[in-house]
Ligand binder design. Structure first.
Ligand code: GAP
Length: 460
């Protein structure tokens, strides 16, 4: 039996673990760092790719009603006028005049007074000044007025006159391909278009590791529906799908909750918006979002482009602008969830301790590690390399002959490798190897020729 220890400093541990074991590095470190940006290291990149693969499989591959695309990051700026981002994608900021730190005004006001004044600039300024709200950084109360700041990053492009923006969400690139998808694919409403990719937001305050970034990745779907048919069931099914996806990343059901946006706070076109929140170490935070957006996006793009963005229902000889339900998934937040949920410190029966990442096996960055029992026995090394070379054609594998077997197990436990395969002297006699399970630490002998099918069966 192993004993799990409760973790009070989980976030700090994950941040340092990620750097030490090659999952996530602070970016530009040799130049003194660069404002809340991170690089995914070799194991983090594998984990990220496995999450994307899982999402794509569940959303695109396994469904008949969703197609996938991959659009550009820089797009015609009219798109952002039509979507309302140029004028309305703003956050409220305020500066502390004493320590010069900048904050999200609505967050500061809500934390200090419990008042939700989002979007009300003057009211926020009044509360900050009259109620002498203290700066969380220096403790003084000397604020500038609250101002709005557009969150899109602006750039320039040769041959294009006017501002070019880095997309603040992947959704825009989906809507503008609606017509191409209708014309080129045999889709029938209800159907969806999915995309995974980078998005950029000039967040006033980024932080909590990879939770809030200025450059991040989203996995989004625009699901087009008939406005005259039941939308509630479709909406509920997407909510369940999002919860199940979070659980497939390792979340426990009790660490998830639905947060439904108040009706009076919804955009005029939205019938319902729900966030799926996860209990991060710093509190519940938005993991995924789900919104009914009516026909706002297609109507706006039709108006601004002058192109008809309609669907023709041949069976009923009806033409209409579909409504859309938008399930959106943050990839970096999914990775953070998977890391937090997998991390365990265990005390073993012999009183030793181990750190083990209990990722679901299909998410593990490395699927199997292959060891020769002894480094200085060429026949064992050769056999282990032969097995490694064969398995790596199908699975992400590592070869390790460094240190004693116990240490090699610990190294692989730490990065969450489900299986360690050891070649010993018996292997040369009976053609079998010792396979050790990450979670139970049980060992069993398996014939070399059965390894491939064993892994295939057990990594699902
Ligand atoms: N198209 C809808 C949309 O973009 P959103 O709630 O603004 O909706 C969707 O973003 C998801 O993207 C969020 O649920 C979150 O997981 C992720 N996300 C948003 N801002 C982020 C940021 N600054 N850093 C990391 N992830 C972010």
């Amino acid at each position: 039996m192993t004993e799990e220890k409760k973790d009070d400093n989980l976030m700090e541990k994950i941040v340092s673990f990620c750097k030490r074991r090659g999952f996530v590095f602070p970016s530009s470190e040799i130049y003194g760092g660069f404002a809340n940006s991170y690089s995914y290291g070799p194991y983090g990149t594998q984990l990220k790719n496995n999450i994307k693969k899982l999402w794509w499989k569940k959303v695109v591959q396994e469904r008949m009603d969703i197609v996938g695309i991959d659009g550009p990051i820089m797009l015609n700026s009219k798109l952002w006028e039509a979507s309302g981002h140029t004028s309305g994608f703003n956050d409220a900021m305020v500066d502390c005049k004493k320590c010069k730190k900048r904050f999200r005004a609505d967050h500061i006001v809500e934390e200090a007074t419990g008042k939700d004044l989002e979007g009300q600039l003057e009211a926020m300024t009044k509360v900050l000044k009259e109620e002498k709200v203290k700066c969380p950084e220096c403790g003084e109360s000397d604020w500038t007025n609250v101002r709005e700041m557009n969150m899109m990053f602006k750039t320039e492009m040769n041959g294009y006159y006017g501002d070019v923006y880095l997309r603040p969400e992947t959704a825009g690139a989906i809507f503008i391909e609606f017509k191409n998808i209708i014309d080129s694919m045999r889709v029938k409403v209800p159907f969806g278009i999915a995309q995974i990719g980078k998005a950029f937001r000039n967040e006033i305050v980024a932080g909590n590791f990879i939770f809030r970034l200025r450059e991040f990745e989203q996995m989004e779907i625009e699901y087009f529906i008939d406005p005259e048919k039941d939308w509630e069931t479709i909406f509920e099914n997407w909510t369940i799908f999002q919860e199940e996806f979070a659980m497939a990343l390792g979340a426990k059901k009790e660490d998830l909750r639905r947060y439904e946006h108040a009706k009076e706070k919804l955009s005029h076109y939205s019938r319902k918006t729900v966030d799926i929140e996860y209990r991060f170490p710093f509190g519940f935070g938005e993991l995924f979002g789900l919104a009914h957006r009516g026909d706002f996006d297609l109507s706006q793009h039709a108006k601004f482009s002058g192109k008809k963005l309609e669907y023709f229902d041949a069976e009923n000889n009806r033409r209409f602008i579909p409504h859309v339900i938008e399930p959106t998934f943050g990839l970096d937040r999914s990775i953070l969830l998977a890391l937090l949920a997998a991390y365990r410190e265990e005390k073993l029966e012999d009183d030793s301790e181990r750190v083990v990442m209990k990722f679901p096996k299909y998410l593990a960055p490395i699927k199997a590690a292959i060891f020769p029992l002894l480094k200085n026995k060429p026949e064992l090394v050769a056999k282990a390399k032969e097995i490694y070379n064969s398995l790596k054609m199908e699975f992400m594998c590592e070869f390790d002959d460094n240190g004693n077997i116990g240490k090699r197990y610990r190294r692989q436990d730490e990065i969450g490798t489900p299986y360690c395969i050891t070649v010993d002297f018996e292997t040369l006699e009976d053609g079998a190897v010792t396979v050790r399970d990450r979670d139970t630490m049980e060992q069993k002998r398996i014939k070399i020729e059965e390894l491939n099918s064993f892994l295939k069966e057990n990594l699902k």
